[in-house]
Structure formats: C-alpha cells, structure tokens
Design a protein around this ligand. Structure first.
Ligand code: 13P
Length: 331
C-alpha cells in the first residue's frame, strides 16, 4: 500500500562497543552472569525482539512493576526506559536496579517536572493528582496516586473525590474522562510523540486494506484512533484482547511496533498489521530501541548504570505507587 517496509529490518553486526561476540555468545554470557550475580532481567513489550527473548519476564508497565515487587533477585536489570527502572528502584530500594543504556529516556515523562506540576496544582486547587507512571520519581512523589494504561480507569473510579487532575498524558486523560464521565477531570497537556503522531486517516487507510481486521489501540493514541478501535488497552492487555476475538484472523495494532514480537509469539496463526501500514516508520519509539544484547551484557558485567533515587523522594513516590497497586487492573 506504500513504499514502507512491512517486516522489521535484520539487525546488523556493528558493535558500538567494539565487541566481537556473536548473538549466541552474548546470550550465553548474559545467562552466565545472570546466574552468577543472581540477577533478574525484566523487559518491556516495546524492546527489540532479542532483548525480549532473553528476559525472565516481559510485560507492560504495571506487570513489570508488580514483578519487581515479587523478585528475590539481588539485581534487577531493567530493559525498558528510565522511568520504568526508577519505579522498580522505588519499589525495591534495597536492591541494585540497572538500566543498561543511559539513552533510554521518555519524552512524555520529560514533559512534566515538579515545577510544571506545581503550576497545574495551583490552577486546580483541591484536585486529586493522578499521575501516569510515565513520569519522574520527583513528580510521582508530588502526586496522590499513580496509574498505568492497564488501570487508569479503575484508579480514577476508585477515588472518593470527583475532582481529578490527570497528568501528564492528555490522550490517556481524555480516554479516562470518556469512561468516567461523572467526574471532573482536568487534563495536563503532555503526550507520547510515538502514539500522538498517528491520525485517524492513517488508520482508516489501513482498515480499507484489511476491512475485517480487529483494531487494537493503546490509550496513549489520540481520540480519533481510540474512537475507531474495537479494543483499547495496555500492551499486555493486547494479548487478552486478541484472545477475545478467536474468529478474527487479522489485527490492526495502534501502538509502538515492539509489541508485534510478543503478539506473534503468543498468536503465531494470526496476522498483525501496524496501524499506519508500516512496521518501522512512525510507530517506533527511539528510546525503547536503544538497548541491545551488548548493553544487557555490559550492564550485568560492569553493574551499570545503577539507578539512584533520593530516600525522601522514594518515600513520596512509593506512597503513590502503592496506592495504585492496591487497585486491580482493568485491562
Ligand atoms: P504499557 O504500560 O501499556 O506497556 O505502556 C507503556 C508505555 O510507555 C506506552 O507508551
């Protein structure tokens, strides 16, 4: 339908660290170090396939946070982005939490700072602050409760108050407002550039090619996408969404392209198509893709890059995360 590629490109053998191990050798070395150091490897569903495949647990932000609270490993190697590793540290202050690549940031998390949150709080006095997990530890510490895409609706419904300040993702905030119309929800103006780039017209063009496909969208997508979608859910929620449609052969997926690897693994007989008709173009988070097997190996070998969070910040952020984890997931 366009000149876009439909399969992920082959990874090259170029090593930014000057290493000369084959992927098989790297995998062996990672497993050896992992056992020796009693480390657990957690990977987000958007990571590159080879990193998802060496992980002990692959999941969405909520699942990974939960897993971080259950592990008895001494070291957590977090293959995801910085705020995710930081959340694991907040939940495990006594464990060593490592982020294999320092470039693994998040534009959405960067769109809110303690100062900008204070500004919004001044504009909405008395509102309960619900902050998406895609935020820094400092911002979490100044929030009343956190949420992820898997429990945002349930978290807002669980609050006794009717006045909510939802930060920082405006698309997720709008989605929650549509599900909980009886509450007054003030919405911060951040967005994930990877999700926010997609337009309804792109999705409709793909739907014309696959008219019988079920459309699954992440709630970080814009309103015109979630309005068309048959299912709106977190990345792990997408697995359950596919299982809910046994009759469907093709699924159009509106989220970051890393999810296709997990979906294909779990449902090898189904066809998954990116919402913009292209595997590697728009729905691609550059931060999620910086971590490779060499980074995981060097992270374990040199115990780098250790996540540190100020004890006072941990206390506040932990309160917001604990309140969130007491609410069951809604997708
Ligand atoms: P999930 O929690 O649904 O995996 O989403 C994480 C995320 O950062 C989406 O951009």
């Amino acid at each position: 339908m366009s000149q876009c590629v439909t399969e992920a490109p082959e990874t090259t053998s170029y090593s930014p660290y000057g290493l000369s191990f084959s992927p098989e050798e790297l995998i062996d070395k990672i497993h050896f170090l992992q056992t020796e150091k009693k480390a657990v490897i957690l990977a987000h569903n958007y990571q590159v396939p080879e990193v998802q495949d060496i992980a002990d647990f692959t999941g969405d932000s909520l699942g990974l946070s939960m897993e971080a609270t259950k592990t008895d490993a001494k070291i957590i190697v977090f293959c995801g982005v910085h705020f995710m590793a930081e959340s694991a540290k907040i939940l495990n202050p006594d464990k060593k939490v490592l982020l294999p690549h320092l470039g693994a940031g998040c534009s959405l998390a960067d769109s809110i700072t303690p100062e900008s949150l204070d500004d919004w709080k001044r504009r909405y006095p008395g509102y309960t602050v619900v902050t998406y997990i895609n935020s820094s530890a400092e911002v979490k510490a100044e929030s009343d409760i956190c949420c992820t895409s898997a429990n945002a609706v349930a978290v807002v419904r669980s609050l006794k108050t009717d006045k909510v300040l939802f930060t920082p993702d405006r698309n997720l905030g709008r989605w929650v407002q549509a599900q909980v119309p009886d509450k007054d929800i003030a919405i911060y103006d951040g967005a994930c550039p990877t999700h926010d780039v997609l337009r309804g017209a792109n999705l409709l063009k793909t739907k014309q090619v696959f008219p019988d496909a079920v459309v699954i969208a992440h709630p970080e997508c814009r309103e015109d996408i979630v309005d068309i979608a048959d299912e709106v859910c977190s990345t792990t929620g997408m697995m359950a969404a596919v299982a809910r449609h046994p009759e469907a052969r093709t699924f159009i997926v509106a989220t970051e392209n890393g999810i296709i690897h997990q979906l294909k693994k779990r449902f090898p007989d189904k066809e998954f198509v990116m919402a913009d008709g292209c595997i590697g173009c728009r729905l691609h988070c550059p931060y999620m893709k910086v971590t490779g097997l060499e980074d995981v190996y060097l992270s374990l070998k040199e115990e780098r890059y250790e996540i540190r969070v100020d004890a006072e910040v941990i206390q506040g952020a932990r309160r917001a995360l604990d309140r969130m984890m007491a609410v069951p997931r809604d997708n």
